[in-house]
Design a protein around this ligand. Sequence first.
Ligand code: AMP
Length: 599
Amino acid sequence: MSITFSDLGLKEPIQKALLDLGYETPTVIQQKAIPQILSSKDDLKAFAQTGTGKTAAFSLPVVEQTDEHSKHTQAIILSPTRELAVQIGKNIEDFSKYIPNLNVLTVYGGANIDQQIKQLRKGVQIVVGTPGRTVDLIRRRALKLSDVNWLVLDEADEMLNMGFKDELDKVLEATPDTKQTLLFSATFPKEVEAIARNYMENPVEITSGEKNQGSDNVTHQFYNITEKTRYEALKRIADVNPNIYAIVFCRTRRETQMIADQLIQDGYSADALHGDLSQAQRDSVMDKFRKKSLQMLVATDVAARGLDVNNLTHVINHKLPDQIENYNHRSGRTGRAGNKGVSIALVNRKEKGKLYPIERILKKKFVQTAIPTGKEICEKQLFHLIDKIEKTEVNTTEIDSFLPSIYEKLNDFSREELIQKFVSLEFNSFLSYYENAPDLNNISSSRDRDRSSGRGGNRTSNENMTRFFINIGRKDRLNPAKLMGLINEQGIDKNVEIGAIDILDTFSFFEIDTNYESQTLEVFDKNRPDFNGRNVNIEITKERKGGGRRRSGGRRRNSSDRSSGGGNRGFGRTRNKSNNNSSGQGSERRRNPRKNRRK
Ligand code: AMP
């Protein structure tokens, strides 16, 4: 007999709500966390990936024990992004829908704070928030945490990655010692361990599987590419999987937008999701993707965080993440809810070294996979087409009246000729696109050749970046977010791209698009900024080290930047008529098959 939610000790109204949601059996993390939190006040450290049901694992026991007749805030749940916070808030509303007086509020930056304050004054028992806004509300004395019984830190590793250490400290300070802290994280780098050590007392540890290990349902593949073949390989992967439903992860907002634009232009059903888009634009893209009217979502790690989609066929690492732990977050988006999934990494020679530490975390090997050839793609697409023809239902009433003249016109052709003609009509553009297409597995880049011949050393992580030294570091309470803020404040062109950031104890390094090298030097020289009482100065580093550095945070342009001008970005996929078909994955062509693509 399998365990049920009533076996876990949840009250009737919650069980009823779970039934409405279609939750039948508790997941592993739920089976472990729910009874533990219900029966003990001990702090809890839970190793749980996205997709394991962790939201319900911490929310259900909190909802169960919350006193809905008291107006005090009894639980504060912190989450790294607004999308994830909204998702958690919505889940809790669903779980508590048969508990009339239980109020949940989700607070996050960008939304009207007065409205949030008003809601809080009315009495909210469970607050879900992003760290920045939560601290803001504490400072304004609108959010009182002196009576909380539970503090939940969800995706603690991500919160720290995003530079929220100070905010976490402030929230932790505002809560009473008597509270129970529930820390959920997919990975436990030393920064998360430090939070656990400093703020939790002998926490009980539970895990939804082996620590940091990826889902068993995910196969990990890598494709050897060069910078010349990276994008083409991505397209071929999409082409050889006609039913693809994937997130394509990129590292920067600019790269995300560029790849999405290219894919859209090339007729694929794709769109971009990143932090430069307005909330309304992000909501619209996520909605289309959830409904499967988009097959490929090109996204940054942070933007994709709040997306709750269970049946992705693929996760594609267009570029591997800077921090290897994030690979786990990415690949965990597929192979969820019992489905199988494939996580793909496109790696050049230099990036290949990043696979080994990931394999160690996953305890799984990446399978080297050849970039599909034109012939393989054509074969796959052809059979996909035949399959579709076979399954197409014919609506005779609609076409009946036209049939006699059609039969007459085609009378002279044999059955074989007709099949050939129909297939060619649909398929010729594919064939001609891939006719004489090179085998990408045999293409090496001039950079690769430079490397193997011993030239081309001493680079930044990206040859278009200049690496700067800056005379402040961790001891000055600098973190990647603050450094990016400092750079953005200097008034360098808003399009500037910030690359890898290395924060060391007393100094740091950052990379900036080489086109802005002299402008960056000039503005810092002119502004002579001050950071926590220190005069800041920067220099271009003489020695440019290759890989092996620790990178923090993401790359970011000025957040006010809307360089691609959201409005005309092709939302709704106007360029691809066929994309308006929202019947889902595997629905009509996701591209206008190569109409104008090949020269
Ligand atoms: P999470 O890890 O909390 O993001 O949950 C992943 C997905 O699994 C969400 O779509 C949840 O709605 C769903 N889910 C969580 N627990 C269960 C359950 N016991 N039964 C069915 N679906 C679940």
